[in-house]
Write a protein that binds this ligand. Structure first.
Ligand code: SF4
Length: 260
């Protein structure tokens, strides 16, 4: 998971040369966006006018119309492999994790198989992923804990998932949402940026943004809201050069620097 950038949440413009991006705003791009939100500075949200209920509903109706069934980009076969993929995705891209796990999950798609594989061989499979030594240790430890304490199954409560080595609140939210259909809001760097820039849920920490989004987003949209916001941040509301001209919600967005 990459550290969160503050460009979108502050009012200072960057002079950095933007990266080239080409994905259209309404593109039904699949993503899970496992970047960790770990802000170092608080955004300036004092003057943001709160969204009305009607505006929030309008925004998510537009997201739904553009992409009715958004999916995560992390490849997995079952709740266990999803959990492992999310743990591996800390400070790594989904694509990089997928390249490693395609072969890994062919030989180890259950906690028992992962333990049988062992930490040393696991390291070989994931050595292209950042922090792979620590992550290999955590994956072996969490596999052992799943067997010892949860019957070899991924537990279904936030507290239990967070108790697993290498798993935190965001991991729990992703697993609960994607594996078990819970209406959770995992806040990664994209969701954090979008929540603050748009004024939907300003917050100084990922937890503040998470709780703010849960408060304002109507229940009917919550199952997919996580992915809609990640996709929006990844392909439209880019950190360095937001594509405001093609943004589905550019008329609703509160960001003073939006380029329309
Ligand atoms: S108009 Fe859209 S792309 Fe631009 S800052 Fe707002 S949400 Fe992001």
């Amino acid at each position: 998971m990459s550290k969160i950038t503050r460009r979108g949440a502050t009012k200072s413009k960057s002079g950095a040369k933007p990266k080239s991006r080409t994905a259209p705003a309404s593109r039904a791009v699949k993503s899970s966006g496992r970047k960790q939100a770990s802000p170092k500075r608080a955004p300036d949200t004092k003057k943001v006018k709160p969204w009305t209920e009607a505006e929030v509903r309008e925004a998510f109706e537009r997201f739904r119309k553009a992409n009715p069934e958004p999916k995560g980009e992390l490849e997995h076969l079952n709740p266990f492999t999803l959990l492992v993929a999310v743990v591996l995705s800390a400070q790594a891209t989904d694509a990089g994790v997928n390249r490693a796990t395609r072969a890994l999950f062919q030989v180890a798609d259950t906690p028992h198989k992962m333990l049988a594989l062992g930490e040393e061989k696991l390291r070989d499979y994931i050595k292209t992923v950042g922090l792979y030594r620590t992550k290999a240790r955590n994956v072996i430890a969490l596999s052992r804990k799943l067997i010892d304490e949860f019957g070899g199954e991924v537990p279904r409560t936030r507290a239990e998932i967070e108790s697993l080595p290498g798993a935190g609140r965001k991991t729990a939210n992703v697993v609960l949402n994607m594996a078990f259909g819970e209406r959770t809001m995992a806040v990664d760097t994209h969701v954090f940026r979008v929540g603050n820039r748009t004024g939907l849920a300003p917050g100084k920490t990922p937890l503040e943004v998470e709780l703010g989004l849960e408060r304002v987003i109507p229940a009917e949209f919550m199952l997919h809201a996580h992915h809609w916001l990640i996709l929006h941040g990844r392909y439209t509301c880019l950190a360095r050069q937001p594509r405001c001209a093609v943004c589905l919600i550019n008329d609703l967005c509160r960001w003073p620097e939006k380029t329309i």
